[in-house]
Design a protein around this ligand. Structure first.
Ligand code: SF4
Length: 362
């Protein structure tokens, strides 16, 4: 999958001469350029909020990430989870998922590539060295799909190369794309192909959603079939993959559709090379709910029964979430070691209830 050609590219004046900028512009010739001082000042006009988002996603910005390049993430009190780090290599992406939290988190919706890669890699290395040999987990894919621009930037090659030298540090690249060419062939960018051992600390994870829900809520994203195909190829190249069912959405017929999808995933993927399965229910802040409703007045995404939770986010009423986790866990647990299954962004109470329900049923 190649990044579709944007209608215009905003380029920060400070990064014009950086090699990654030149590389991107070479790969996207004949597109109008607008030189700007700061990507945060980009304003896209439109008659409705939906117009603004849609137009924004047709553009691309090339910029320097200022401030923190690697961010520490710790779950809010009451939510189970440890401290992890994420690398900020971009903002937004050109897909348009209705539930995307970035719609109410970032100042604009223009897909933005940060090109100060050398500084990012230095910062990652510093964080790893400061951890003094302890296990440490990094993600790329929090504020931007991890591989959304990889065909333009080759950033994954640099990450794979860096993490190959630090086995105690692990990296998860979470994506919905099929932009896996660099992952399959790191040597294509001048690096030696990593040995299987060195790849152990790198996981490529996909968000898997039943096709009917992709059609309804994950606009412009690759189909379920394409995602499974990409994941299978990455497994064959020697990597482990992660399976993220997040957000789980309780649409009409959700359980049958998830069941069918899980059967297909486990039929087509190598079970031994599935590192984890992560289950997370749909969640949102009230500020995001306003954007979702205004942009998609016809959508049934928020028609369920939602309640505010300990971290301020709305989630499905607890018995509904527990039911969803329990049922999916049960189905997945018939195919995979239950130690590999976890909940994402959930409270200790929900974890306990789900684990208890699953253990009494097995
Ligand atoms: S793929 Fe991720 S970053 Fe892109 S729109 Fe969907 S949720 Fe947002």
């Amino acid at each position: 999958m190649k990044t579709s050609h944007p209608k215009k590219i905003f380029v920060e004046k400070d990064v014009v001469k950086l090699p990654v900028t030149r590389q991107i512009l070479d790969k996207l010739p004949n597109i109008p350029l607008q030189y700007i001082d700061d990507y945060r000042d980009i304003k896209v006009e439109g008659e409705t909020l939906n117009d603004v988002y849609k137009k924004s996603k047709e553009f691309l910005a090339i910029a320097k990430k200022k401030g923190e390049l690697v961010k520490r993430f710790r779950c809010r009190e009451g939510i189970k989870g440890g401290t992890e780090y994420y690398v900020i290599h971009g903002n937004n992406c050109s897909f348009d998922c209705e539930y995307c939290f970035l719609q109410s988190y970032l100042g604009n919706a223009v897909p933005t590539i940060f090109v100060n890669h050398e500084e990012m890699l230095r910062e990652i290395r510093n964080v790893i060295l400061a951890s003094a040999g302890k296990k440490i987990i990094f993600h790329a894919g929090e504020l931007c799909d991890a591989l959304a621009f990889d065909d333009l930037t080759d950033f994954s090659c640099k990450l794979v190369s860096l993490f190959s030298g630090f086995p105690q540090a692990s990296l998860e690249l979470r994506t919905k794309t099929t932009t896996i060419q660099n992952i399959l062939n790191v040597s294509g960018n001048g690096f030696s192909p990593p040995e299987k051992e060195q790849r152990k600390n790198i996981v490529i994870s996909w968000t898997f959603t039943p096709q009917i829900a992709i059609d309804m809520y994950e606009h412009k994203t690759p189909s379920l079939q394409k995602r499974i195909e990409a994941a299978g190829k990455v497994q064959k190249a020697g990597y482990s993959i992660g399976v993220c069912m997040d957000p789980i959405i309780r649409f009409n017929g959700w359980l049958e559709n998830y069941e069918t999808m899980i059967a297909e995933l486990f039929h087509r993927l190598d079970h031994d090379k599935i590192r984890f399965v992560s289950l997370g229910g749909l969640r949102f802040l009230s500020s995001l709910a306003s954007v979702i409703r205004e942009r998609n007045p016809e959508s049934d995404l928020l028609l369920g029964e939602f309640v505010p939770c300990v971290d301020g986010k709305y989630r499905y009423f607890r018995p509904l979430r527990v039911e969803a986790y329990r049922e999916l866990w049960k189905i997945i647990g018939q195919k995979l070691n239950c130690g590999k299954i976890s909940l994402c962004m959930e409270s200790h109470e929900v974890w306990n209830e789900v684990e208890e329900a699953v253990s009494t049923q097995s």
